[in-house]
Design a protein around this ligand. Sequence first.
Ligand code: ATP
Length: 899
Amino acid sequence: MCQSVFLKSTLKDKFQKITEGTSQHGNSTFLNEIYTELYITEGGSGEVNNEHETRQIETASRRPATQEKPIKCNDIFKDNSIRTVLTKGVAGIGKTVSVQKFIRRAEGKANHDILFMFPLPFRELNLMKEKKLSLVELLQIFFSDMDKLKLRDYYDYKVMFILDGLDECRLPLDFRKNENLSDVTQSASVDVLLTNLIKGNLLPSALLWITTRPAAANQIPPECVDQVTEVRGFSDPQKEEYFRKRISDQNLAEKIIMHMKSSRSLYIMCHIPVFCWIAATVLERMLGEAESGEIPKTLTQMFTHFLIFQIKHKDQKYHGKCDTDLKQTRKIILALGKLAFQQLEKGNLIFYEEDLRECGIDVREVSVYSGVCTQIFREEFGLHMGKVFSFVHLSVQEFLAALYAFLSFISNKRNVLVTGFYGFFRKSTIFDFLKTAVDKALQRENGHLELFLRFLLGLSLESNQTLLQGLLTQTGSSSQSKEATARYIKEKIWENPSTETTINLFHCLNELNDHFLVKEVQTYLNKGDSSDLCRAKLSPVQWSAVAFVMLNSEEDLDEFDLRKYGLLDEDLLRLLPVVKTSRKAVLASCKLTTVSCEKLVSVLQSVNSSLKELDLSNNDLQDSGVELLSAGLKSSCCKLETLRLSGCMVTDKGCSSLVSALKSNPSHLRELDLTYNYPGESGLKLLSDLLEDSHCALEKLHVDHGEKIWIKPGGLKKYACDLTLDPNTVNRRLSLSERNKKVDFVARDQGYREHEDRFQCWEQVLSVESLTGRGYWEVQWIGKEVEISVSYKGISREGRESDCRFGYNDHSWSLYCFDDRYTVLHNKQKTHLPYQPLIFDRVGVYLDWESGTLSFYRVSPKTHTLTHLHTFTTTFTEPLYFGVGLNYVGSFAHLCELD
Ligand SMILES: Nc1ncnc2c1ncn2[C@@H]1O[C@H](COP(=O)(O)OP(=O)(O)OP(=O)(O)O)[C@@H](O)[C@H]1O
């Protein structure tokens, strides 16, 4: 027991300080002073995400927090049945800091039952690759006082191993081939020791915590892991908390927070603690007294300032001088840049001494670059060990790589992005060079080089080059090359509907200071009315801009309702990143076809998708579309919980593909809506068997109204209902004709007999038929102010406007058709739709009583295509009646015949 006290106090000394951003050479800070609680979630799949980390950062920052299950760092071992926890998280997100905090807290109240804690970072274990030793000997090397520990202590007390940084592991970890080992005193390679510890052959009752970047998570067999957690970095409030803790001058902290919030791309990156540290380092000086100049707004500017700060810091600290030896600094930065670039191309984040030497780096110089490069050198091990290097964060590596590529081009006309002889081409312009970079980044589908490209484009701006004066012996760029590059990027956005790539291209335009496209669509979006978007007939590039703006807006993307946007099948692809980021996507009645299903499959199959609820109702998807969707549902990445395919022309064939998909991925989908289709008896049987299946999570299955008529094409027209106007309700100044399908405003009293249902004051009429299911009808209207409405029967027939006028009470919902605009109205709440109708127009009304939706569409007279005007969403409590109100002589409304 007293040994445990000793061990804990050793750890306490070791872990009470952290060196922010770096390891031993920077300024260390007390952990408690800067530690900000991180957002950690429970669950998460063991799936490997092949996307580059920058993309994962962006996706994670957009994911609505509501669907995650947060867990406190201290609680990850709370459940006694858990032996091994695997914690994932991108670079710099705070895994190592969480480990440090956990150890610190374990000295206090939390997890006090754990008596021995052994932190074994993989980057240090790597250095023992060649050794053969027992687990006990290994621990003695890491913790020099362990020899006092008795063998039985390992079994008698609760012991915990923390294996930090699996992604840095250079050991093969061959779980299949490595021999089994259960004796802690038996010698083997470190690799064998670790696989046996992880499998539970060695010290089966010991707890194990493994941390890793996401790409390496699959090295551990899933059966060895009891719980997966994910460090998600700082949430928005935590970002602010960090700056308030980190910056002691609270006024300055507020200024910094305000500035970060003013730039979306910077604010998104603040999700990563190490980026907050970089931003705090730069902004503390820029916004404080120490420096002046333009405050960095783009990533390139931020990183440029960070580099400048590091250079000055180095010279002051290590050479005791304020003047920088530019020639020397330039040489070092170029060498570091070369290392960054070469290793980035190879996909390496960790390097060894020989890699550095190859780039002409003096290992002693590197240690001075505390903020830029970290290193580990554990001389006290007494073993023959090498050094391991990495950049503080992948983004810093990408920045230096871009700087190197840019400097090589400007100084030597050498395009390092092109290998061999072609890299030297004296006549090539800066535009040619940047063009190759765009092309190269676009070739990498997983997002590798995206951040690199952003930095490269940023560095091509003269304003950023000015910041780096001294490091650059020459500058190079012109407004023409900037414009040509921006044009080229826009062409690529046009050609490249592929979602995430396009989003990065918008970030690139931002780095180039070209905001034209974004501002253009922002004006539509800011007006707050999406019918403007319908009217504007956006080009594909503009649709991509809409996606970019939505993803970067501060609003929560919890629900994405595509009905509002009136876009076509081919444009859906451009908005897929938004669908993927939303929790719920409503794509009902959007005229989608099989073509769209093909695209949606990619969302369902994506590890990053946040989508839990997908409503595709009332699109003519047919069995072929459903079969495609099933391929997505089958994927183990698909976590969809609710799928609505009501009125999608599905037969037994479609049902069978759905059922087989849900059999192979049974754990997520809980609700399936197949109403208004034709599953037939065989389809129904398959579906109800699935509902009974205890392996399948499906709880709610809706299959009502299964009839053959629902599989005829025609979109909403298949719900056509034959309505007539009720002579007993019609106001005396209205005249009915054409078998009570048409109503005209006539100023004269028509002398109708008294009836209790007749509207007395307002010129209105209701239909004979009541509506409770689904219904669709179209109304042709002429006039100055025509009201197309639905209402409960109980609406008052006399009295004030608020009692009986359509839309002015909670009994009725109405579309007011004026000659210059449409307005929707319910309970006196008005919404103007800036759509310009004509004096003569046709409106489609779709009611889904059960789901509580009432939609109005404008029907084009020639093509009969529908343009969405507005959807009311509510809960209807009584049957509804169609109603018309007219206000001026000469106006009429006519219920159209639908074929
Ligand atoms: N909770 C926190 N509070 C304050 N600062 C933090 C926190 N977490 C991380 N940081 C800052 O971010 C830096 C990087 O964090 P850390 O080393 O834990 O990242 P990591 O996830 O282990 O990254 P890698 O995969 O690159 O090893 C820290 O040095 C510190 O400056």
